[in-house]
Design a protein around this ligand. Sequence first.
Ligand SMILES: *[C@@H]1O[C@H](CO)[C@@H](O)[C@H](O)[C@H]1NC(C)=O
Ligand SMILES: *[C@@H]1O[C@H](CO)[C@@H](O)[C@H](O)[C@H]1NC(C)=O
Ligand SMILES: *[C@@H]1O[C@H](CO)[C@@H](O)[C@H](O)[C@H]1NC(C)=O
Ligand SMILES: *[C@@H]1O[C@H](CO)[C@@H](O)[C@H](O)[C@H]1NC(C)=O
Ligand SMILES: *[C@@H]1O[C@H](CO)[C@@H](O)[C@H](O)[C@H]1NC(C)=O
Ligand SMILES: *[C@@H]1O[C@H](CO)[C@@H](O)[C@H](O)[C@H]1NC(C)=O
Length: 736
Amino acid sequence: MSKNSVLRRATKILYGRYVEGCCFKSGHQILQTFKGHTQWPNSVKVLMGLSLSVSCLLSLISLVISVVSDHGNIRIHHHDYCVLGAGPAGLQMGYFLSQSQRDYIILERNSGPGSFFQKYPRHRKLISINKIYTGRQNKEFNLRHDWNSLLSHRPDLLLQRFSQDLYPDADVFPRYLSVFEKELGLQVKYKTDIGSIRAMQFAGSGHKGYILTDQHGVDYKCRVLLVATGLWIPEEVKFVGSNLVEGYESISTDPEEYKNQAVLILGKGNSAFETAQNILGRASRIHLYSPSPVRLAWQTHYVGDLRAVNNELLDTYQLKSLDGLVEGGLEDIAVVCGKTMGKRTGKKMLGRTSVKKEQLYLTLSELLDSHNVNQGTNITAENLPGYHDDNFSLRQPYDRVIRCLGFRFNFSIFNVSARPPRSSVARGRMPAVTAWYEGRGTPNLFILGTSAHSRDYRVSAGGFIHGFRYTVRAVHKVLEQRYHNNTWPAIKLQTSHLLSWILKRVNEASGPYQMFGVLGDIVLLQGAHCEYLEEFPVQALPHFSALSGRHISEQGLLVVIMQYGLNHTDTLGSGRAESEWTKAWRSNFLHPVIYYYSTLPTERDMRQRPAGWPLPRPDAVHHIIEDFLTEWDQPVSHSQPLRRFLEHCLQTDLRAFYAESCFQLSLTNLKPPVFCRQGYLNKGGIVGNSHLWQHAREAGLKLDHHKSNLPSNDGSFSKYLSLAGGAVTSTINSDL
Ligand SMILES: *[C@@H]1O[C@H](CO)[C@@H](O)[C@H](O)[C@H]1NC(C)=O
Ligand SMILES: *[C@@H]1O[C@H](CO)[C@@H](O)[C@H](O)[C@H]1NC(C)=O
Ligand SMILES: *[C@@H]1O[C@H](CO)[C@@H](O)[C@H](O)[C@H]1NC(C)=O
Ligand SMILES: *[C@@H]1O[C@H](CO)[C@@H](O)[C@H](O)[C@H]1NC(C)=O
Ligand SMILES: *[C@@H]1O[C@H](CO)[C@@H](O)[C@H](O)[C@H]1NC(C)=O
Ligand SMILES: *[C@@H]1O[C@H](CO)[C@@H](O)[C@H](O)[C@H]1NC(C)=O
């Protein structure tokens, strides 16, 4: 870029920002130098504190400096937050950053958002549920059954605007993301291919940031890096002849090309079954081969396991119609190419095809000698397992071998200084992250979306849109606390309202429902009041205060979380569900569980928690019985047992009373129940909302609503009470 064009462009940007009210609107290229005055978070505070004109002036100065000092060649952009990738996770984070008016940019190498979905799933049918009709109006509840939409304040920005199908066509999704990005005005820079990321130290502050370099050599300096690139590299296993194998990413999706072919698919996940399903009516024989037996999502409750939407091959296997599943290791196999020979092998195939053609044989590497390995095509019957074991299942040759083994994270974009380590789960396919999704050993670098799934791999929904939209929101709250001193939002509740609030949350909240076992609501008990925090990553509980900016009182805390039972027994068999509330702890399906801790669990408690438990052993635990309708609102089965549990934890009576009883109890008890103290004695027998208050005022029922709401300060009533109390023994009839 010439100096002139840069200046012109910069002026335009600056002018645009000035008109818009300056610094917090623009997320284009915020041109700032890294001189001492931009120490952060101080810079943010400085900027926020200053009037608009002053901050405009500041950026004008820094703009001029950067233009001049770079000799007209701006190669460095600075942002507080850089989001890498404009997929669902990147855009979701962009939304929250834009809502909190942060300086951010989303960098995307392709020309539109969600490019993964332009290509995958190859057979173009999403398997995430887009359930439009739930019989309910509650938007939060409805998100429980909408697995594709992102979170926003806009009720119309849901996927159902673009598709009514339960399993929408995959092309719909990038279209949806594109509208989401445009209508919310997110700052995305397309065609910016970040090829290298390295760590840097901010001068003076010791804050570790990151420099991203794109394909033109332009640098982006970021205080905080949010990596939402997803998983792009097809997972491969190296074995002899793996070059003869086609990959899911490049196979033909036209079933006609598989006509009368024998196909071996490596893998038993959803992509393997999706591929099989597509060619089921054309291929002569489909075998699926991988180390572990197929895991059915409806048995494991894990959406990454085989979904029923793709599983027709299970029928053709179990009803013995030539397809099948076989278990075996992938490392020691070999795929060899050979002309159909011998009597045993491939005779049937030969009979039908007029030309003698080369076919692929599955064998074991130990049966090959080095000569075969080098020559590839020159194999003999002795090299095949069928020669030694005539009962070998995969003894017949295949026309194609297809690899469908999933995807891995691209670690090579990181310089070693910025590279998070590999996760211990999922064969190291993803980066290892802390419970609050910061890369291990890479401070200020967070991993979002599918690539953050190592936290709940094969457990919960963190690798899927309907799960990670909530973890992204949780990470955003962590960012707000850490870099802007904004404590985790909390609702302050009177203790007498806690029971109904918990019931409300377990009956409608979508975050803990989708991210079961991972995100939970935290209730900080504080005597007469409590603070209710939503969707905290519970594994991060030992670091609660640092992450949320809130403190635990000596009354302890409750964690409200959704869980499946640990007993993965026969999910369709009799006795699969528990219905008696006294045996709620045996619930198998998703149900709310409340943990009570008098003190915060430590890192050690968390590590040593019982196998399969999302949390360490608590001081008390309460399971709300699983419910067939997922409606946990019935008095005997749900509400009353929960109340008794809360009473136990809070050491107080949480029953609700009619005004008459409260009156009576106030006269006969030194400390009437908390419901009466916070309700009736506080002149609020009913939980007010603005409508009720308005109505009460208009009806002349509430004349003195300005007065303090502490009962002890209520002169008229306490006077009345003491008068009445004085007379209690003689005249008051206790049968009021
Ligand atoms: C992984 O990152 C490297 C380095 O930026 C890049 O060259 C390569 O194309 C990426 N691979 C994929 C599959 O995106
Ligand atoms: C192996 O291939 C070589 C040429 O590549 C050929 O001369 C030889 O006969 C072949 N051996 C067998 C057993 O087919
Ligand atoms: C084939 O049968 C033999 C016994 O005849 C058995 O030992 C062997 O395990 C079988 N092989 C396979 C692959 O099932
Ligand atoms: C990593 O960064 C350091 C300094 O920033 C540089 O010297 C080194 O060459 C980089 N390594 C790679 C692989 O890019
Ligand atoms: C953060 O905010 C709290 C009040 O919310 C305040 O007491 C504290 O001093 C602030 N800390 C910093 C570092 O600004
Ligand atoms: C788990 O299931 C088995 C078999 O159905 C049963 O015997 C056992 O009691 C169950 N355990 C729990 C904790 O429900």
